[in-house]
Design a protein. Structure first.
Length: 577
């Protein structure tokens, strides 16, 4: 029998769980502590750790707070009102719009005490918001279906644009136009405008990350990078090369008369009243004209939530736990295009509360985040990463993000910040987590400073996800083939491993749809700190990490193969045989 008089320190839902004898007080206290340390809502933690079923938590929550309870099993997601709430808020706060009548919006949530989320949605919608409690697992599935429906609606809307609409897309820029941005009517003619606008929309609809406009002696091609792979999309006539480059430069407020040096610019394409896509534009003079590359920056990618990035449970918990520490340094490492920016922005999104002062120094600022002070560094005017960091430390910061540690000066200031009560996030270009520590030592950072300031290192790559609609199992793979691939290094019996291959259908690209992260997550433990102090190399650090449960990128990739998320061919492409 639970002693109801002993839980006076518990309040709200935790107290109700004890009083209703669903859990004992030590279990509830431990769950509350784990929820606070990881930043995962208590309701989500209770369900995902199998302490209680989703229906038990939902009914208890509704009873405790006097909020209606609704079973999402009876809901047709297609009937949910769309366009009322920013999709980023739906994903961020796990709040599903259920109905909208008489200027009152009903939302389904699993935690009705998250007043910050409710207030933000109320402000975003501009109407009264009524809260209804739903089960966590059903809410998670319903929100995924709702957001997929929204993306489908967006694709249909883009695909249905006529020529007049393509001529008049709502295009904005971050800079003021000047005389150098003027262009003759011959260059800014309707066919070129329509062609460029359609390419931008097609790239967004396909989920591309980059668009390449490439002139050659006898040809001109346009390629999209989708899921990390370049694919040729169009081959316009070569006599259009200069006109296409001029149109793109006009859109991004570059000097169209200057064709001898590289230029940088930005374009903002407004898809709807509440959604805009940014393009970072760069031109490069080549032998046969200017090559133009557009990097597509979707702010929604920074709000997708840590659960969507592909971390294993222990890796995610280590990341979340370190984010809640008041000081220290989190380093994310990997090559260009490995998803470092999304990982950093995801961490910043978790930390972005009214109680914290967050400043970032970036080159360039890729995604604008409300509530964070973002600084664009510029070597031309002397505003380097190091100078920005020095200024941050005089601005009473709680969290500092440095786009990249490139030199000893920046490293020393970042480490000083991490040692003086600030949480620092940054990136380095190394191949693995253990090599990051030796890279700092090779820069000239004293081993004591590395051992006492670095809290967590994440090395990552991006691999293409198999399309869930058309992936095919590979039958009867002999054990010796699995051994040659290296599957003995993961803790999964061979008879439980089912490997899938890419097939291809109308909903994917050559059997792949989207990407997932592969991660190494290395925490700074006392034994690893001791190794660093003693001058240990990256191999010795990796060996010590393995004793503590550290998995390298190859292990992470093979685990994703065994789980049917990626193909073996993709694992080999990203991490090598």
């Amino acid at each position: 029998m639970v002693n109801k008089a002993a839980n006076t320190a518990l309040h709200g839902l935790p107290r109700r769980l004890v009083n209703d004898e669903l859990l004992d007080e030590p279990s509830v206290t431990e769950a509350v502590k784990a929820s606070e340390e990881t930043g995962i809502p208590l309701v989500q933690h209770l369900v995902e750790s199998d302490m209680l079923s989703a229906s038990q938590v939902a009914s208890t929550t509704a009873h405790e707070f006097g909020v209606p309870l609704f079973d999402l099993g009876y809901l047709n997601v297609s009937s949910c009102p769309s366009g009322l709430i920013d999709p980023r808020l739906v994903a961020k706060h796990m709040a599903l719009p259920l109905s909208f009548k008489a200027n009152r919006l009903q939302i389904g949530v699993c935690d009705p005490t998250n007043h910050h989320a409710i207030n933000e949605i109320r402000f975003n919608v501009g109407s009264t918001v009524d809260v209804i409690v739903v089960e966590f697992d059903k809410l998670k599935d319903a929100i995924e279906a709702y957001l997929e429906k929204g993306e489908t609606d967006l694709s249909d809307a883009l695909g249905g644009l006529d020529d007049v609409q393509l001529d008049n897309l709502d295009i904005d820029t971050d800079e003021n136009p000047d005389d150098s941005g003027s262009v003759s009517s011959d260059e800014d003619d309707a066919p070129i405008v329509r062609f460029v606008n359609k390419l931008l929309l097609d790239a967004i609809r396909r989920g591309a990350s980059d668009i390449h406009f490439e002139p050659y002696e006898h040809s001109y091609r346009v390629r999209f990078r989708t899921d990390g792979i370049l694919e040729e999309i169009a081959s316009p006539p070569t006599n259009m090369a200069n006109r296409l480059a001029a149109r793109l430069k006009v859109m991004s407020r570059m000097d169209i008369s200057e064709r001898r040096v590289p230029q940088d610019g930005r374009v903002k394409l407004k898809i709807s009243k509440k959604r805009a896509i940014d393009f970072r534009v760069n031109t490069l003079p080549t032998q046969y004209g200017e090559k133009v590359v557009l990097r597509i920056l979707d702010p929604a990618s920074a709000q997708m939530g840590i659960e969507a990035l592909g971390y294993e449970e222990d890796q995610q918990n280590a990341f979340l736990k370190t984010l809640q520490q008041p000081q220290g340094m989190i380093l994310v490492t990997g090559p260009t295009g490995s998803g470092k920016t999304v990982s950093l922005y995801t961490g910043l999104g978790i930390l972005n509360t009214a109680e914290r002062n967050i400043s970032t120094a970036e080159d360039p600022v890729e995604i604008n985040m409300e509530g964070i002070n973002q600084v664009q560094v510029s070597a031309k005017v002397g505003l380097t990463f190091a100078e920005a960091l020095r200024a941050f430390l005089r601005q009473d910061p709680d969290v500092v993000m440095v786009g990249e540690i490139r030199d000893l000066e920046t490293a020393e200031i970042a480490i000083k910040a991490a040692q003086t009560g600030h949480l620092v996030l940054s990136t380095l270009h190394t191949n693995s987590a253990p090599e990051t520590l030796t890279r700092l030592l090779n820069m000239g950072v004293p081993s004591f400073n590395v051992a006492t300031s670095v809290s967590l290192i994440i090395a990552q790559r991006l691999a293409r996800r198999l399309c869930p609609q058309c992936k095919e199992p590979r039958e009867d793979i002999p054990n010796n083939v699995l051994e040659e691939a290296g599957f003995q290094i993961i803790d999964i019996p061979f008879d439980e491993i089912e490997i899938f291959r890419a097939n291809g259908c109308e909903k994917c690209t050559h059997g792949y749809k989207g990407r997932v992260g592969l991660y190494e997550v290395l925490s700074m433990s006392p034994p690893i700190a001791k190794l660093i102090m003693e001058g240990g190399n990256s191999i010795e650090i990796a060996e010590q990490g393995k004793l503590e449960g550290f998995r390298n990128l190859r292990q992470s990739a093979l685990k994703k193969v065994a789980e049917g998320i990626i193909s073996l061919e993709e694992a080999n492409r990203v991490t090598g045989d």
